[in-house]
Design a binder for this molecule. Structure first.
Ligand code: SF4
Length: 346
């Protein structure tokens, strides 16, 4: 075994984080945890993971569930395409693999929602296949360890990191090794200034010796997020409110209130809403503002409240949802501030 690997495993045996998805050789559980952990902090996943598994205890129960139930169980975690892909992937595994995730990472990558990282994680953790699982954490740790000072996203560099990662994975305990790298990247070799004094690999580490760990990995400058202004309009009709299940890729399948792009006044919002929805509305009352940050964009929302006739029919593509039923629908966190304006809320 590589000296780096044995030092890392010895550290892992002493310092591994205790996490509810560890200690099982169960590909479904590992898959759910890895899907939830993409772009999401461990602390957030800790509360969602057990709830999701008690609602969908097996791959078949997930595959058979309606999409809305899966999105509801994912509500608040964000990046909902992960939930949809997991659900579709479960159906694919039922249909094509007899309900059992394949061991082979190449085969696994043909399943919806499973990319190279997730395939490596599931194969190594659940099936003890000695393959790496390279994500942003691993790129950071290995860039520092091996002193890689070229653009970490460039194809050549990426290939080199993958080769180095593969060479480190031991045939025994591959899953523990991959989880050890993840833990090191999450708790010691963190973004910004790493805690090298606590690191089991400092004597092997090129960046530690060179003193430039905080500058690695070399990453291309992130593009500034695009800020998009919206009016979010709560249209009350008796004890119902107008909503729409989104069909756009962003937040598809989740329920939102009508939204109109632009930094619009109350009167402008009413005019836009009447034109689009063909409803007669009273002048909206401005009820606050909210901001929701996605990966590449920000919704800057002005919140308005208005009313229409109690018997008004819903425009095409929309539904008037009874206030007591809103809680049953999958709702994105982006609508939280608008939802808080509705009382009573179920
Ligand atoms: Fe990261 Fe520092 Fe450890 Fe190197 S010594 S791997 S930079 S924590």
């Amino acid at each position: 075994m590589e000296p780096i690997t044995s030092a890392l495993l010895a550290w892992y045996d002493r310092c591994a984080r205790v996490l509810p998805w560890r200690g099982f050789h169960d590909a479904y559980r590992t898959w759910v945890s890895e899907a939830m952990l993409q772009q999401t902090r461990v602390e957030t996943v800790l509360s969602y993971y057990p709830r999701f598994l008690s609602r969908f205890p097996s791959l078949s129960s997930l595959a058979e569930a309606p999409e809305a139930d899966v999105l509801k169980a994912w509500e608040g975690l964000g990046y909902y395409s992960r939930a949809r892909n997991l659900w579709k992937g479960a159906q694919q595994v039922m249909a094509e693999y007899g309900g059992v995730l394949p061991r082979n990472p190449e085969q696994m990558r043909k399943i919806s929602g499973i990319g190279p990282y997730t395939a490596g994680a599931i194969a190594s953790i659940a099936y003890d296949v000695p393959v790496p699982a390279v994500d942003g954490n691993v790129i950071r740790v290995l860039s520092r360890l091996y002193g890689i000072r070229s653009d970490a996203m460039a194809r050549e560099t990426r290939r080199r990191i993958e080769e180095l990662a593969a060479a480190l994975v031991p045939p025994e305990r591959p899953g523990d090794h991959n989880q050890a790298v993840m833990d090191l990247g999450a708790t010691v070799c963190v973004p910004g200034t790493p805690d090298c004094a606590r690191c089991p690999l400092s004597s092997f580490c090129d960046a530690f010796i060179a003193g430039d760990a905080a500058d690695l990995p070399v990453l291309p400058k992130a593009k500034p997020q695009k800020v998009i202004p919206y009016s979010v309009l709560l249209i009350l009709s008796g004890n119902r409110v107008l909503m729409r299940q989104r069909t756009e890729p962003l937040l598809r399948g989740l329920w939102c209130f009508p939204m109109f792009e632009g930094d619009l006044s109350a009167e402008e919002t009413r005019a836009a809403a009447e034109k689009k929805l063909r409803l007669s509305l009273s002048v909206p009352e401005e009820a606050g503002s909210a901001r929701h940050v996605f990966t590449h964009r920000v919704w800057q929302m002005r919140l308005y409240k208005t009313g229409t006739e109690a018997s008004a029919p819903a425009p095409e593509g929309y539904d008037f949802v009874p206030l007591s039923r809103i809680g049953d629908l999958p709702l994105p966190a982006a609508m939280n501030a608008a939802l808080a304006l509705l009382t009573p809320r179920a």
